[in-house]
Design a protein around this ligand. Structure first.
Ligand code: ZN
Ligand code: ZN
Length: 295
């Protein structure tokens, strides 16, 4: 895969995400140009858990908050993305992405939506367990306070393995998100929860050609390091994963591109660089998954 010419941010929440600042796609693009990013991918949220219908299923567009299950909001999202793409070419590449909060049993709904629009890149995320957002400071006690470390590990990694096996996602976002708030309940054991669980999942991801995200939000959200942790990153590389993306998980203009330099240094330490995607394929992908047999 060719070396990228500059930094890319592949995890940005524009104002369409109701938990983000109400900032337009165009404003993020201008900010990215100022920061000398060469490519960005917008990854607004898609949540599909019916139990959280009245909590999560909302999107901000056209100056209003709308229900997410009416997919016409995606027409506006793509209109904004195409305009931004045209106005910033060739200095900044603008990609169309989505961050899907995976929920088992909702595969057909997700698949239909992904097939209906020309996405470049789709992140799969585990945000909720037992219908509680472990990514939310306000909600997470409802999950973590009732379980020990072994139960959390079993729940989280079972769900992650399911998400990978659906084949619906190009890349897994913030693979150890449970560390952000879990540590306050589970203590230092949180940093070892992945052991014995994540190895098989990573081998599966490597075989499928799936990517793993280096998510920099941990640097600014109290964790002090990246997702994944150094040990999980090492395991990913040892398991054969070669596709990595870099994302700030920005929910505001100020967060755009934050920590991408740290993520790039981590990758270059493994002689790797960030991968970009076009229409759901890693750029530089030749269509040959396995080397041809020698004559
Ligand atoms: Zn997320
Ligand atoms: Zn996100």
């Amino acid at each position: 895969m060719s070396e990228l010419r500059g930094p890319v941010d592949y995890h940005i929440h524009p104002g369409y995400s109701i938990d983000a600042q109400p900032v337009s796609i165009e404003s993020y693009c201008r900010r990215a140009v100022d920061l000398k990013l060469i490519e960005i991918c917008f990854t607004t949220h898609l949540e599909v858990d019916p139990a959280r219908r009245n909590l999560d299923w909302f999107v901000r567009c056209g100056g209003q908050v709308r229900r997410m299950d009416d997919p016409r909001w995606l027409d506006l999202y793509f209109r904004d993305l195409h305009r931004a793409r045209d106005s910033h070419a060739p200095h900044l590449a603008v990609k169309a992405g989505l961050e899907v909060g995976y929920e088992p049993g909702r595969e057909r709904i997700i698949e239909r939506l992904l097939d209906a629009y020309p996405f470049d890149f789709v992140l799969g995320s585990i945000h909720c367990l037992e219908h509680v957002a472990i990514s939310s400071k306000r909600e997470c006690a409802g999950y973590f306070s009732r379980r020990n470390a072994a139960a959390v590990a079993a729940d989280y990694f079972t769900r992650l393995g399911q998400a990978v096996r659906t084949g619906l996602f190009d890349c897994i976002a913030h693979v150890d998100l449970y560390r952000r708030y879990g540590r306050a309940f589970l203590g230092p054991a949180t940093d070892d929860l992945h052991r014995g669980h994540v190895e098989k999942i990573f081998r599966d991801m490597a075989q499928r050609g799936m990517g793993l995200e280096i998510n920099t939000s941990g640097l600014r959200r109290g964790l002090g390091d990246l997702h994944p942790s150094p040990d999980i990153m090492k395991t990913a590389v040892q398991s054969g994963i070669t596709i990595f993306t870099t994302g700030s998980d920005a929910h505001s203009l100020a967060e755009t591109g934050q920590g991408i330099d740290v993520a790039r240094r981590l990758l270059s330490g493994f002689s790797l660089s960030a991968t970009t995607f076009t229409r759901r394929k890693p750029d530089g992908y030749t269509g040959v998954d396995k080397p041809a047999a020698l004559p």
